[in-house]
Design a protein around this ligand. Structure first.
Ligand code: PDD
Length: 286
């Protein structure tokens, strides 16, 4: 069934939605995005995603296409029109269409391009993957230096996914100067002697909205958290490992570069955090 998508003010069947070949998102990857989950027809942590979008836009001196209230209304309209019970809303803002190709940013009167579409994933919170756990491989992190900005430059993360698939794994953790930065499209964690360890926030990783929520819930549940870099060797010797993202929530990792983590099955901390995250997020969804 054809989706209804949103492009620059219009709700259209997906076949009719178009963006110019001169759009800077297409020519220069000059765009930013957000992925917001939907559970039970409601948006998970919309305010967090809207705040990060505003930050990404401001870091790139890109104009905001509209205010947060309008963005929320568009998200809700798409969820409604496409009958999304569980799934995601993808949003992308680019620097727009200056009418030609030029490395310099266009003048301020070029309007940003705003595109949103939904992805339906019925039962996504009950994923069998959460029972099995993910296998990851490590790969060098060769991305650019501003990974805190959520840009659409996703070629290397896509290549990383393919490297993982070729190795019979589910995903890749990227490593820079000996320490794990993050997963291809998620934040990475290990658990040792009850302490949750995850890399501190900086320009080297995306400031995950799920990460912020999970660390808050962990603190509320009196769990110990250390925000610092960790190595692959430390991860392989950990009791547990897991990842977080808007689309995977909290997802256990059971193998890194062929070495089983702990018992090789999803651990109690990851399971508990997944439960708490889903429960609290559903309760606060809008
Ligand atoms: N990815 N790190 C990277 C590199 C990411 O691409 C993502 C999200 C995250 C987790 O951020 P959040 O918890 O806000 O989703 C961390 C999204 C889901 C994607 O590209 O589909």
């Amino acid at each position: 069934m054809s989706r209804i998508v949103y492009v620059n003010g219009a709700y259209l069947p997906e076949e009719e939605a178009t963006v110019s070949i001169f759009d800077r998102g297409f020519l220069m990857a000059d765009g930013v995005y957000e992925v917001t989950s939907v559970l039970g027809g409601k948006l998970i942590d919309f305010a967090g995603h809207a705040a990060r979008l505003a930050r990404s836009l401001s870091e790139l001196q890109m104009a905001a296409p509209c205010d947060d209230e309008e963005l929320l209304a568009i998200h809700r309209e798409l969820v409604e029109r496409n009958g999304i019970e569980d799934g995601m809303v993808y949003l992308q803002v680019t620097r727009g269409n200056p009418g030609d190709r030029d490395f310099a940013f266009p003048a301020d009167d070029v309007a940003p391009t705003l595109v949103l579409f939904t992805q339906s994933k019925p039962g996504m919170a009950e994923s069998p993957l959460a029972e099995r756990g993910l296998k990851v491989i490590s790969i060098p992190d060769v991305r650019w230096g501003r990974r805190d900005i959520k840009t659409v430059q996703l070629l290397y993360p896509s290549m990383g996914k393919m490297m993982a698939k070729a190795a019979g794994a589910d995903d890749a953790w990227m490593v820079e100067e000996g320490a794990v930065t993050e997963g291809t499209s998620n934040n990475a964690y290990i658990v040792k002697d009850g302490t949750i360890i995850t890399r501190h926030l900086s320009e080297e990783i995306l400031h995950g909205i799920t990460r912020a929520a999970v660390l808050r819930f962990a603190a509320e549940a009196q769990m110990q958290v250390e925000e610092r870099p960790f190595t692959i060797e430390e991860a392989q010797a950990a009791d547990e490992a897991f990842i977080t993202s808007a689309s995977m929530f909290v997802m256990p990792v059971v193998e890194i570069d062929g070495a089983a983590i702990g018992t090789g099955t999803p651990g109690p901390v990851a399971r508990r955090l997944r439960e708490i995250y889903l429960e609290e997020s559903r309760a606060k969804a809008v």
